[in-house]
Ligand binder design. Structure first.
Ligand code: G4P
Length: 530
């Protein structure tokens, strides 16, 4: 066993988030060039067939050419062991993306310089804020014409409600992209368009005081503009403050071009200096420290049929403390059982690598015989605690499920319950009935197709889905409420989740507000708890 604390302290676990097409995949691929990639899963994914995704797990995904799964990549760089949680780019799979964020200690937000803050970024960002996850911004595609830099920063501040602190500053963009000015060293790093797939070229560093060299590299006009902007920036932008960055209140901003591999290594180096080691995590007995405590982990994602040949279910867990070793017995708190984790694997895709040990900060996948649920805790047999649950994110599309062959009731209930357990869909019932009327809620509409496909292919059950007009769901926080007395709007629908918790469905935001207004003391929440 290596030095336990050293192993944990060299770990950095982060998620990459972006709106589809901002350049997340390209940036991730460039990161991997810098490290000796230890394990890759789904790293080479893309829309083009040339970059075929190894993480494809379902025909539907292949047909539509999108990536449904999140994968984990691990590589070493500069003495760090880095875990990147790649998140599905397609917005239809955002619930899984949300959960992946729960397993990360920080997030890298990739923004397309010509598009600014886009819908998907905004949604994911809300989750980071809720969990106070530090956010590092990489403004990409500077080799294309970009929006005004000050406006981009303004947009991040206004739209996302976080202060920005540029670590470097771009000089021009598109055909006129000249490089970046690094504020800390007061140096200009000139743009060099390196060959795709190679490491960063030998960029020239020029001190801001080296007038002649500067003019010959970036020209008189850009030099004058840069000096003006530096003045403005020093006066106007938030000061660099590592504590605020780590508290998720301030985002350091970097500019670059992932495609041409400019600014990527600079980003990585700064990022590694600022981001944290695996963080303590909240449990019902208090904070669990990653180094002080023995092994513990929580399940943040469950996925079925990742590999057709195996037809299995894999539970992904984030190790929160200690060291895991494959011969160890662990306790599954929610199931009340001591067990040996089956086939612990470092990464998930068509390629699987059985692992013998892992440390706090790492993500492992284990074979799940159907016992784990999202949010479950695993720890040493002598321990008894539970990690804080993962919030259930509000579905935005609802449909009533009709089963076509009523003889297959049992398979239907089993199938739909298992798929719900994986967290791809949420199922609800009419308030006053049992399982005969099922309402499904999803974060993205594509999940309806996934549900239909999987019920047919895995459980041999045919269903018909009838779309419902609701878009807003609210959990009722009040413990002692008489639902019969609740006065809502005419479009409001009362339902319950599988645990019997009451919920309300609304067609629009206005109805939500009206209902709160009409029932004094009623507390509604957008998030449920697993
Ligand atoms: P995503 O994972 O966030 O969805 O984005 P991805 O990296 O797949 O990038 C989306 C598109 O943007 C790709 O082009 C990619 O080459 C391009 N791109 C990424 N970073 C940069 C950059 O810094 N500058 C420029 N100019 N383009 C960038 P594509 O045509 O969709 O795919 P491909 O045919 O190039 O693979």
């Amino acid at each position: 066993m290596g030095n336990f604390a050293d192993e944990i302290n060299k770990r950095r676990t982060f998620a990459i988030i972006s709106h589809p097409d901002a350049g997340k995949t390209t940036l991730t691929e460039k990161f991997l060039l810098y490290g000796g990639a230890i394990n890759l899963a789904g790293s080479v994914k893309g829309k083009a067939t040339a970059r075929h995704a190894v993480s494809d797990w379902m025909e539907i995904e292949k047909e539509r050419g999108i990536s449904v799964t999140s994968s984990v990549l691990q590589f070493e760089y500069g003495g760090f062991c880095i875990n990147i949680l790649d998140t599905p780019g397609h917005q239809d799979f955002s619930e899984d993306t949300y959960r992946t964020l729960m397993a990360a200690d920080s997030a890298v937000m990739v923004i397309d310089a010509s598009k600014g803050v886009e819908a998907q970024t905004r949604k994911l960002f809300k989750v980071c804020v809720m969990r106070r996850i530090p956010i590092f911004t990489f403004i990409n595609k500077m080799d294309r014409d970009a929006n005004d830099t000050f406006e981009l920063l303004d947009e991040i501040e206004k739209e996302l409600g976080i202060a920005t602190c540029p670590i470097n500053w771009p000089i021009g963009s598109g055909k006129n992209f000249k490089g970046v000015y690094e504020r800390e060293t007061k140096c200009v790093i000139t743009y060099s368009d390196t060959e795709k797939g190679t490491k960063e070229g030998q960029a020239t560093r020029i001190g801001i005081g080296e007038e002649d060299a500067l003019v010959s590299h970036i020209g008189e006009d850009f030099k004058a503009q840069l000096l003006d902007e530096i003045d403005l920036l020093d006066g106007a932008s938030a000061e660099y403050d590592l504590d605020r960055i780590r508290a998720g209140e301030l985002t350091p901003v970097f500019f670059g071009s992932a495609l041409t591999n400019f600014g990527v290594e600079i980003f990585l180096q700064h990022f590694l200096k600022m981001t944290t080691t695996p963080l303590p995590r909240k449990a019902d007995i208090g904070l669990i420290d990653p180094v002080e405590n023995d092994f513990s982990a929580f399940v943040f994602k469950i996925q079925a049929n990742m590999n057709k040949a195996h037809r299995d279910r894999v539970a992904f867990m984030r190790i929160c403390s200690g060291r895991y070793d494959a011969s160890m017995e662990v306790k599954h708190i929610q199931g009340g059982k001591v067990m040996r984790l089956s086939q612990p694997q470092q990464i998930m895709a068509d390629e699987r690598k059985i692992l013998s040990e892992a440390y706090a900060g790492d993500i492992i996948g284990v074979f799940d015989p159907g016992v784990f649920s999202i949010g479950d805790t695993l720890c040493m047999p002598k321990e008894q605690f539970q990690y804080e649950g993962i919030p259930t994110f509000a579905p935005e599309h609802f449909a009533r499920v009709r089963q076509l062959d009523t003889m297959k009731r049992k398979q239907f209930v089993k199938g739909i319950t298992q798929i719900a357990q994986e967290g791809a869909i949420q199922i609800f019932q009419e308030f006053n009935t049992g399982m005969e009327e099922i309402i499904v809620g999803v974060v993205g509409v594509l999940q309806f197709d996934v549900l239909k496909y999987r019920l047919e292919n895995e459980y041999n059950v045919e269903i018909r889905l009838e779309n419902l007009p609701y878009e807003h769901i609210r959990w009722i926080e009040n413990k002692d409420i008489d639902l019969d007395k609740l006065t809502g709007t005419s479009d409001m629908k009362k339902i319950k989740d599988l645990k019997g918790n009451p919920l309300l469905l609304f067609v629009n935001q206005w109805s939500v507000g009206m209902t709160v207004e009409r029932n004094s003391g009623l507390v509604l929440s957008e998030f449920g708890r697993n």
